[in-house]
Design a protein around this ligand. Structure first.
Ligand SMILES: [Zn+2]
Ligand SMILES: [Zn+2]
Length: 155
C-alpha cells in the first residue's frame, strides 16, 4: 500500500470512532473504525481452538478498508478451513498473540480477535459458529448457535 493511500485511510479512520488494540508484547498495534464493525461472533471450530489454545475464538468482523496496522508487521499462517476455503491467521511473530484472520469465503473483511482489543467490553457477539465442535466443558454462550459456519450476509 502506498503512503498516499495509507494516509487517506488514516484520515478516514481518525475522523470516526477509533478502536485500538495490540498484541501481548506490544510489537503489533492496529486500529479500526468501530462504526464499521459488521458483526461480532464466537467460533468453536477446531482450528480456532488450536490457534488460540482455548475453547473458542471471539472476534469482530471489520471491512479491510476500515482497518489498519499502526505498528509492526504480523506473521501469518494459511490453512484450508473446515468449509474448504483458505483462512489466513495473522499473529505477532514475537509473542504469538492472534491478531486477525482473513477468510477466503468472505473477502474484504478482517476477523479481528476480541482479546487483543484495548477495550473489548462493547462487543456483543451475536452468534457462535461451529457449535458442533464446541467442547463439552465450554458450550456456546450465545442463543444463536450455527452447527457449521453460516453464510454471512454482506452489507
Ligand atoms: Zn507481540
Ligand atoms: Zn473458527
Amino acid at each position: 500500500m502506498s503512503d498516499e493511500i495509507s494516509d487517506k485511510i488514516s484520515d478516514k479512520i481518525s475522523d470516526k470512532e477509533n478502536e485500538q488494540g495490540g498484541c501481548l508484547c506490544g510489537a503489533v498495534r492496529f486500529r479500526f473504525d468501530r462504526g464499521a464493525v459488521l458483526a461480532s461472533n464466537h467460533c468453536h471450530c477446531r482450528d480456532c481452538q488450536r490457534s488460540t489454545g482455548s475453547a473458542f475464538a471471539s472476534f469482530c468482523i471489520v471491512p479491510e478498508a476500515s482497518f489498519e496496522l499502526a505498528q509492526g508487521q504480523p506473521r501469518s499462517f494459511s490453512v484450508k478451513g473446515e468449509t474448504g476455503g483458505v483462512v489466513t491467521r495473522s499473529f505477532c511473530g514475537e509473542c504469538g498473540s492472534p491478531i486477525y484472520s482473513s477468510v477466503a469465503v468472505m473477502p474484504g473483511f478482517c476477523f479481528v480477535k476480541a482479546g487483543v482489543l484495548d477495550d473489548a467490553s462493547w462487543l456483543e457477539p451475536a452468534s457462535a459458529f461451529w457449535g458442533s465442535s464446541a467442547q463439552p466443558w465450554c458450550p456456546p454462550m450465545t442463543e444463536v448457535v450455527h452447527a457449521r459456519n453460516p453464510d454471512i450476509p454482506l452489507p
